[in-house]
Design a protein around this ligand. Structure first.
Ligand code: C2E
Ligand code: MG
Ligand code: MG
Length: 468
């Protein structure tokens, strides 16, 4: 609904691996752009001296592409810079291969070798692009490399004018050595980066596997309350108690785990831990009513064994399934809808609650909503944050609440930080809340203490923060 660049699950760019990738892309672009500028200006000066105006134009184009990429990259427009680089260089190399560096019996063509080196570079630089775009660019470069390697394709004819365009033999001989060495250096650099990438991934992957095995993950609990401030339950949020780096947030765990295929075992651990906690709560009168919300990543939900896994954990821990609530984000909806609906229906039938997390910030189609067997909509914090200052945010929150009522879903607002935000949400009919105003995510002991304290003296004023 809200057209704002807000990732539905995680800000991928904020993960350890992607920060490294973003930094590397910027450096690589600066480096290649500088080389293009220097090479363009250098060759251009030589050709001006020799009055070879066609070559001057091509090298001016090369220097121009380098300068534009350099400036765009410096101003933070890295993606545009990357596409300009690959588009611009393709043209330069094609023109050079067709008109200037034409093979003959004594000197081979070498400029086309850059197509191969740039295909490898594209693999590194465009790593986070859509696969069609990434592999499309790589394929175009590789096809050009194969064509120019396997043929003597050129547009240089016998006419005197065209002969002037082709480079002089002495320049081509020197160029063959220089370009051959440059391409080899580029390929070595790319292979080195790929190898260190692999080593880094292996290291992070090892660390996460050890964390799972070594019980370094913990769940924190953030209260969810009703209009009277009574604690209805909590959302379980993962933390990584890293032996060196201290307590790490989910953004340092989940995106990396998804990338390296560890999300399913980690998600399984979270579900297990949450259900064990529910079993402990069930044994105590003061906590038996609490509902625990557990976040499920799209990758985890997509797994064919997900539903049987949830049902088996419920059976093993002996909990009341209606005390468990699974929070899914709208990102699962890009998958096969029938499969998604089938899984949700099986879980709902077993009595498990299903909430749609961060609702309103993802896909705008409301059509799927009536088809999904949900039990709760969770208004995204984005709308709560500015609910007092932005009439549109307030209108959207009001609409989500009305939508929830019409479709018989519960509604909860997350990210409530102030009494005025809460007051505003109550006015527009929101029945449940979560946010720092009521309490930040805390370890289980602190959460239990909060519940017990409330049980001893039930809250009367809704505007009282729980932890005061
Ligand atoms: P989420 O499910 O939308 O969880 C809410 C996030 O907002 C939590 O961040 C919470 O600490 C934060 N939050 C709650 N109230 C407030 C508030 O009033 N103000 C502000 N500024 N923030 C508030 P956290 O713990 O860093 O989790 C971030 C995301 O990581 C979660 O977003 C969820 O998508 C994901 N996540 C956390 N634990 C798990 C997990 O066990 N499994 C999976 N798959 N994802 C998880
Ligand atoms: Mg959540
Ligand atoms: Mg959320």
């Amino acid at each position: 609904m809200k057209n704002q660049a807000k990732p539905t699950e995680y800000d991928i760019a904020s993960t350890v691996l992607d920060e490294i990738q973003a930094h590397r892309v910027r450096i690589a672009l600066q480096l290649v752009a500088t080389i293009c500028m220097l090479a363009g200006v250098g060759w251009m000066s030589l050709f001006i001296f020799q009055a070879q105006w066609f070559s001057v134009t091509v090298d001016a184009w090369l220097a121009g592409v380098g300068a534009a990429v350099y400036l765009l990259n410096r101003s933070g427009r890295t993606r545009v810079a990357a596409f300009l680089l690959f588009g611009g260089l393709f043209l330069v190399l094609a023109v050079m291969s067709l008109f200037m560096d034409v093979p003959n019996a004594t000197t081979p063509r070498v400029v086309h070798l850059y197509f191969l080196a740039l295909a490898f570079l594209a693999y590194l630089i465009l790593q986070n692009e859509h696969y069609l775009l990434k592999y499309g660019v790589i394929a175009v470069y590789l096809v050009a490399f194969v064509v120019f390697s396997s043929t003597h394709l050129s547009f240089v004819t016998e006419s005197a004018q065209m002969q002037d365009v082709a480079l002089a033999e002495d320049i081509r001989t020197v160029g063959a050595w220089v370009n051959g060495m440059m391409v080899t250096a580029m390929l070595c650099l790319v292979l080195y980066v790929m190898r260190s990438d692999f080593a880094r991934q292996t290291h992070v992957s090892k660390e996460l596997s050890i964390a799972l095995w070594d019980h370094q993950f913990v769940l924190y609990y953030q209260p969810q309350v009703d209009q009277h401030g009574t604690i209805l339950g909590a959302e379980a949020l993962i933390r990584w108690q890293h032996p060196v780096r201290g307590l790490l947030p989910p953004k340092d765990v989940i995106p990396v785990a998804e990338k390296i295929g560890l999300m399913i075992p980690i998600g399984h651990w979270v579900l297990n831990a949450a259900c064990h906690q529910l079993a402990i709560w069930a044994a105590r009168q003061e906590t038996a009513h609490l509902v625990l919300a557990v976040n499920i990543s799209a990758q985890q939900f997509r797994d064919a064994g997900f539903v049987p896994q949830v049902l088996s954990i419920i059976a093993r821990t002996g909990i009341d399934p209606s005390r468990l609530k699974l929070e899914l984000t709208e990102s699962i909806l890009i998958d096969d809808m029938d499969d998604v609906i089938g899984k949700m229906a099986a879980l709902k039938q077993a009595g498990v609650g299903i909430a749609l997390d961060d609702f309103g910030s993802g896909y705008s189609s409301l059509n799927y909503l009536r088809r999904l067997p949900l039990t709760q909509l969770k208004i995204d914090q984005l709308f709560v944050r500015d609910i007092l200052g932005n009439v549109h945010d307030k209108a959207i929150a009001r609409t989500i609440i009305a939508l929830g009522k019409a479709l018989a879903f519960d509604v909860i607002a997350e990210g409530v930080e102030t009494g005025s935000q809460l007051q505003c949400l109550i006015e527009i009919g929101c029945p449940a809340f979560q946010g720092y105003f009521f309490g930040k995510p805390v370890p289980i002991r602190e959460f239990d203490a909060l519940v017990l304290k409330q049980g001893a003296s039930p809250p009367h004023a809704v505007l009282t923060p729980l932890n005061e």
